[in-house]
Structure formats: C-alpha cells, structure tokens
Ligand binder design. Structure first.
Ligand code: SF4
Length: 264
C-alpha cells in the first residue's frame, strides 16, 4: 500500500465539517479514508482531479483496508522490545503465563498489548483507530521527558490545515457546552480523571488529562463574564511529537472532546 499521511487526505477536503460524508468532521473522515473504512468519494465535494490522484495511488482498493494498516503497524509493534518500550512510553510491563505484556491507558480505557495483539478490558480490540494509535505509540518508543512547553496543535509541522477545524470542533465545542457553567466543567473534568493544574497559563481553570501515559493535554478555561462568552484552549506538551504522529494526535484530541462534551 502506498503510505499516505492523513494530512495529505485532509488537505484535499473542503474543511467545512458539514457532515454529509457521515462523519462529524473532515479530520475524522480523513482518518477513515486513510484506514480505508471510507472512500474519498464519500465526500460529495471532492473534485474529479483529486479522485483520480487517489485512484492512481490505489488507495481505496479492497485490500487497502484498515486491517492492512493496523496489521502493518502491529507487525512492527510486536517486534519491539516490550520491556524497553513500556519504560519509554510510560506503560506497565509484566510477564503473565510466559507472555510479555505492555499495559497502558488511552482516554481512560485500559489496554494490554500482547504478542498476539491488542486487548481492551481483556477482550480482543476490534476498534481500528485504537489499534493504529496504540501500535504507533508503542513502536515509536518516544522516551522523551516533558518539556513543560505548552503549545497548541498548530505548533507542530504540517498542521496548518487542521488548525481552524480543531478550534471549531474541539475548543469552541467545549466553550459552548460549558458557557457560564464552570462548575459543570470542573465536575466533568473530575469524572474523566483530570488533575487540576496551575501555573503556566492564566486561566480560570486548568486541568490536565493523559490522552496516553506520556501525552498530556491541558484544558484551559476562561469563564464567561458580562462582556465575553466562555473560551477554552487546549494545549499539548512539545514532547508529544516524539510519541505519536501528529495526525493521529489531532484525531485523539477530537475523540477526547467528543467524550468530554457528550456525557454518557
Ligand atoms: S469530508 Fe465530510 S465533513 Fe468534510 S466537507 Fe466532505 S462531506 Fe463534509
């Protein structure tokens, strides 16, 4: 399969997040195309020239499916030294029934990487994006300390086209959902195991979440006053790019926001 970055797909989309492809955002759709769960032509606004480029690259053939992408990453992830990788990514390592296992949490869910695949809460994980992100995280073995430099997504290379959609779909969603309601926001942060943080940013409330063990997200919230609506900014540590491809990170943050605003 030709390797295509999600950003290459995203750049060809209108970026209007209209939802007509069945996905809530263009970013989410781009990932679905990358892992071949949807075709680029499912976006009705795609120009013919773009479709042709993708057909030439053979991106949407049946065998070019998510299983293949995750299998490729799985093969690489299984070859890494589990003990070394667990240490580098902040995961746990144990040997159970002579099987080496990496344990980690992503968005508050517990996962175990075995030599025969990824398990979520003791069941084989079938979720494509979880597999791809975790295999990528394990194989990258980031091993970098937090820099404590907080940056927005646009700081990272090749993210310019993500930035507006990110503000609209992540930061503005939270601002709107908790406008004039900082008490509910704090409660939601507690429900999702966030840790109150302070210091680096002047905000009414700052909370840290671990998207992955070594990939924190800082939610900064400024409550509404007589003049302004509430606003929210999401920051990442600059070390994040050592741990995860930024296109996956953008998607992971979107999933976090969906979870954050949709109380289930
Ligand atoms: S990718 Fe989906 S959300 Fe984005 S413009 Fe196309 S149909 Fe709309």
């Amino acid at each position: 399969m030709p390797f295509v970055f999600m950003i290459d797909i995203f750049k060809r989309l209108p970026g209007t997040n209209c939802g007509k492809c069945g996905m809530p955002t263009c970013t989410a759709f781009a990932l679905k195309v990358k892992i071949a769960q949807q075709k680029i032509t499912d976006c009705p606004f795609i120009k013919k020239e773009v479709t042709e480029v993708f057909e030439k690259k053979n991106i949407t053939t049946p065998e070019d499916n998510y299983e293949r992408v995750s299998r490729e990453l799985e093969v690489i992830a299984k070859q890494v030294d589990f003990k070394e990788s667990a240490k580098a990514i902040g995961g746990g390592f144990e040997v159970k029934n002579e099987q080496e296992i990496i344990k980690l949490k992503m968005l508050n869910k517990s996962y175990e990487m075995h030599k025969d695949g990824l398990f979520e809460d003791d069941k084989y994980c079938h979720d494509s994006w979880s597999k791809i992100i975790i295999y990528d995280y394990i194989r990258k073995k980031g091993g970098k300390s937090l820099t404590r430099n907080w940056v927005t997504l646009g700081y990272f290379p090749n993210t310019a086209s993500h930035v507006k959609a990110f503000q609209r779909n992540a930061e503005e969603k939270i601002s709107e959902a908790f406008n004039k309601n900082i008490t509910s926001l704090k409660e939601r942060c507690r429900q999702l195991n966030g840790t109150e943080d302070s210091g680096r940013m002047k905000a009414d409330y700052i909370c840290r979440f671990n998207l992955l063990p070594r990939v924190p997200l800082y939610l900064c919230f400024w409550d509404a006053d007589e003049e302004f609506q509430a606003s929210c900014k999401l920051f990442l540590d600059t070390s994040a790019e050592a741990y995860i491809d930024i296109e996956y990170l953008a998607y992971l943050v979107e999933r976090f926001v969906e979870m954050f605003v949709n109380i289930k």
